[in-house]
Design a protein around this ligand. Structure first.
Ligand code: ACO
Length: 427
């Protein structure tokens, strides 16, 4: 291992360089403050690794994403969502019998406590599904107070399974309440995606058969969203968990973080942007011009990424899937054509080329969700459903790490220097 040396004035501080399996090596700056009285400044943590992690690997320059070493393309093509959830939780792909047992241990928990219905009914009918999901997830801690100890592996395991099992039911029930339809109970004979679709879209008056095209596409979309390193929401989950908050509160924090339009909320924002462009009849050049204008707050939603500077491998898969799914469902959506034209023009534009701005995971996902029948304001809860196993794996990794410390960044104080308080009558 090669050390680095930091020179500051006439002092020299050797710093350890930390090895990795793949990607950037790390410089351990922990002695910096105690030795030199310096802290580091890194806005948006663009250059900071808080932890070592084994969960997922991203190479933004090459457009690579792997979960536990497996390329995302292979998992999206061949795996089921629960298989990926198992992989993220336990580090290895399950055998057929392990997967079967895991699926049974999940489906056992798909029901919600009946009195949770009162909670959904306390919200306005038009409440945003992300706000309801964050609240309902946090509320789960009140129903299972005996399994909240973050340092007890058995409690963590059952809470993780409850979360994965109950989140589809919570999302579907918040939707049913919003559209004034009766709640649909889980059907444990169906697989994860099919059961979710049934709870969302079936009504007691009619027989419901989930469309296999939709089930397959949803399974793939959930897999593509399942983890993504130390992004904003995963970091929120870990940060809250670092204080030994329970897993439900920590995941609720992740959902809150994901809701913002710069993060998971971008999938809703993309669809709203495409609809607004379509309805206004603006030509694409005008839209691109606005996105480049620094005086205009408008950004091309679904474009750009902190890490991907070549292409987002998830966006590539979703773009192809969007075309296939819409064709299979017989949906002709002018917003898909509009998105493709926008992408084509942006990718040739000097502004986007220079800044390495490419379509991200959110650019095409909303078009598939819309074709499946999901309302626009539900797109981000679908992202949350997919990301759940990743958040849990990240939280568990930190909880099991003997070197973990409570997250407590430093600051560079730039406020007023010390001054005496003037009594209120003299101010
Ligand atoms: N449209 C127009 N210009 C953009 C865009 C965009 N979508 N994204 C970045 N830029 C420009 C910035 O104005 C900046 O230009 P400058 O160097 O001339 O000042 C440059 O590109 C770098 O952008 P930053 O905001 O510094 O990049 P950062 O890594 O901090 O932000 C982010 C990444 C938030 C994703 C940004 O690209 C963005 O706002 N995109 C639109 C929202 C979006 O799609 N979010 C989803 C991301 S994926 C996810 O979280 C699931």
């Amino acid at each position: 291992m090669t050390d680095a040396v930091l020179k500051y004035g006439d002092q020299e501080l050797p710093l350890e360089v930390l090895d990795v399996t793949d990607g950037d090596r790390g410089l351990d700056i922990s002695p910096l403050r105690s030795s030199l009285g310096l802290v580091t400044m890194d806005r948006g943590f663009g250059n900071t690794a808080e932890s070592r992690s084994d969960v997922s690997y991203i190479d933004g320059e090459q457009g690579i994403l792997r979960y536990r070493g497996y390329p995302i393309e292979q998992l999206a093509e061949q795996a089921s969502f629960l298989e990926v959830a198992y992989l993220l939780q336990y580090g290895e792909l399950p055998t057929a019998s392990e997967l079967d047992a895991y699926a049974q241990r999940i489906t056992y928990h798909t029901m919600l406590r009946e009195d949770m219905k009162n909670m959904f009914e306390a919200f306005p009918h038009r409440a945003h599904p992300m706000s309801i999901l964050a609240s309902a997830t946090s509320a789960l801690a009140t129903y299972y107070p005996d399994a909240l100890d973050p340092l007890d592996p058995e409690s963590v395991d059952i809470s993780a399974r409850r979360l994965i099992a109950k989140t589809p039911t919570m999302i579907a029930w918040s939707y049913k309440y919003a559209v004034h339809q009766p709640y649909v109970y889980p059907d444990n004979d169906l697989d994860y995606s099919a059961n979710f679709l049934k709870m969302m879209f079936s009504v007691p008056a009619e027989v419901y058969e989930p469309d296999p095209v939709v089930v397959k596409a949803l399974n793939m979309l959930l897999i593509l969203h399942a983890d993504h390193g130390q992004n904003c929401s995963a970091s929120a989950v870990r940060l809250v968990g670092s204080g030994h908050a329970n897993i439900f509160s920590s995941i609720a924090a992740g959902i809150a973080a994901l809701s913002g339009p710069l993060h998971g909320g971008a999938n809703q924002a993309v669809l709203e942007m495409l609809s607004a462009i379509y309805e206004s009849g603006d030509d694409i050049d005008t839209v691109i011009k606005r996105a480049k204008d620094k005086e205009d707050p408008f950004r091309l939603m679904g474009f750009g990424h902190r890490v991907y500077k070549n292409f987002d491998p998830r966006a590539r898969i979703i773009k192809t899937a969007a075309e296939e799914v819409l064709e299979a469902l017989g949906v002709d959506d002018p917003l898909l054509d509009l998105a493709m034209q926008l992408e084509e023009i942006a990718l040739e534009d000097e502004y986007f080329v220079d800044r390495k701005l490419y379509p991200n995971v959110d650019f095409y996902s909303g078009i598939i969700y819309r074709a499946m029948g999901f309302p626009t304001d539900m797109f981000t809860v679908l992202f949350a459903l997919g990301r759940l196993p990743g958040w849990i794996a990240q939280w568990r990794e930190l909880a099991a790490d003997p070197g973990a410390r409570i997250f407590r960044p430093r600051q560079l104080y730039t406020g007023p220097a010390v001054r005496d308080m003037t009594p209120i009558d003299n101010r």
